[in-house]
Design a protein around this ligand. Structure first.
Ligand code: C5P
Length: 222
C-alpha cells in the first residue's frame, strides 16, 4: 500500500493540449507537450496519492498505477474534470485548454476552391474549466492552475489567481524556448493566494512538479 504525505488523498491532474476539430481531417491545437502535467502526476503518486491523470492527446505513457483518462477536446476535458473533481482533494490544471473552438464541425473535408484565396474561420469561446468548477469547490479542496505567459508574467498570473479563485498558480514564461513548451526543463514562480511568491531556478519539470507536490502536502499536514 502507498505511504507518504498524500496517502489517502485523491489528486486529479490535467495535462496536454486540447484539439478542436474543424472537419474529419483537421483540428486546432497548441504546443503543449503534456510533460509538466505528467511530472505532477508522477510526483503525486510518489507522495502516496491516488492519482487520476486526465490527458488531452497524450504522447507519453502514464506510469503504472495512475488512472489515465484520455480526452481530445476542451468539452471532453471539462466533462472528465467534472466527473473526477467532486471526490478529489486536489485538482492541478496543467492542461493547455483551447480558449476557442470552431463554431461548427463540418462532417466532410473542407475543400479549397479556385476562387477562394482567403478563408475565414468562425470560432466560439470554450468554457473556462476552473471557473466552471469554482462554485462547487469545498473549503478543503485545493485548486491549482498554471499560467503560461509571454509578457507581464507576474501581473497576469496575479490577475488569474483572483479571477479563477485559485489556491495557487504556477506561472511560467513561455517566451523562452529553453524552458516551457516541450522542453524537459522549466522555471516557474509559485504564486500563493496570500500574495507570497517563490521563484524556482531553471530545473527539470520533474523537480518543479516535486516542489509543487511538497507545497500541496504541506497544506494537508495540519
Ligand atoms: O486563462 P489561462 O488559460 O491562461 O489560464 C490558465 C489556467 O486556466 C490553466 O490552469 C488552465 O488549465 C486553466 N484553463 C481552464 N479552462 C480554460 C482555459 C484555461 O481551466 N478554458
Amino acid at each position: 500500500a502507498p505511504t507518504g504525505p498524500l496517502q489517502g488523498r485523491k489528486v486529479v491532474v490535467t495535462a496536454g493540449g486540447t484539439r478542436e476539430p474543424l472537419d474529419p481531417v483537421r483540428y486546432l491545437t497548441n504546443r503543449s507537450s503534456g510533460k509538466m502535467g505528467f511530472a505532477v502526476a508522477k510526483a503525486a503518486q510518489r507522495a502516496g496519492a491516488d492519482v487520476t491523470l486526465i490527458a488531452a492527446n497524450p504522447t507519453l505513457e502514464a506510469p503504472e498505477g495512475i488512472h489515465l483518462v484520455k480526452v481530445q477536446t476542451a468539452a471532453e476535458l471539462l466533462e472528465a474534470v467534472q466527473r473526477e473533481f467532486s471526490d478529489a482533494d486536489v485538482l492541478v490544471m496543467a492542461a493547455a485548454v483551447a480558449d476557442y473552438r470552431p463554431a461548427e464541425v463540418v462532417d466532410h473535408k473542407i475543400k479549397k476552391t479556385a476562387d477562394n484565396q482567403t478563408m475565414s474561420l468562425k470560432l466560439v469561446r470554450n468554457p473556462d474549466i476552473i471557473q466552471t468548477l469554482a462554485p462547487t469547490k469545498r473549503a478543503n479542496q485545493l485548486m491549482i492552475g498554471f499560467a503560461a505567459e509571454t509578457n507581464d508574467l507576474i501581473k497576469n498570473a496575479k490577475k488569474k489567481i483572483q479571477s479563477k479563485k485559485l489556491d495557487l498558480i504556477v506561472a511560467n514564461d513561455v517566451s523562452q524556448t529553453s524552458i516551457g513548451f516541450n522542453s524537459d526543463n522549466n522555471q516557474v514562480t509559485f504564486l500563493f493566494g496570500d500574495g507570497r511568491q517563490v521563484k524556482t531556478p531553471v530545473e527539470s519539470k520533474q523537480k518543479v512538479a516535486d516542489q509543487l507536490i511538497e507545497i500541496v502536502a504541506e497544506e494537508f499536514k495540519s
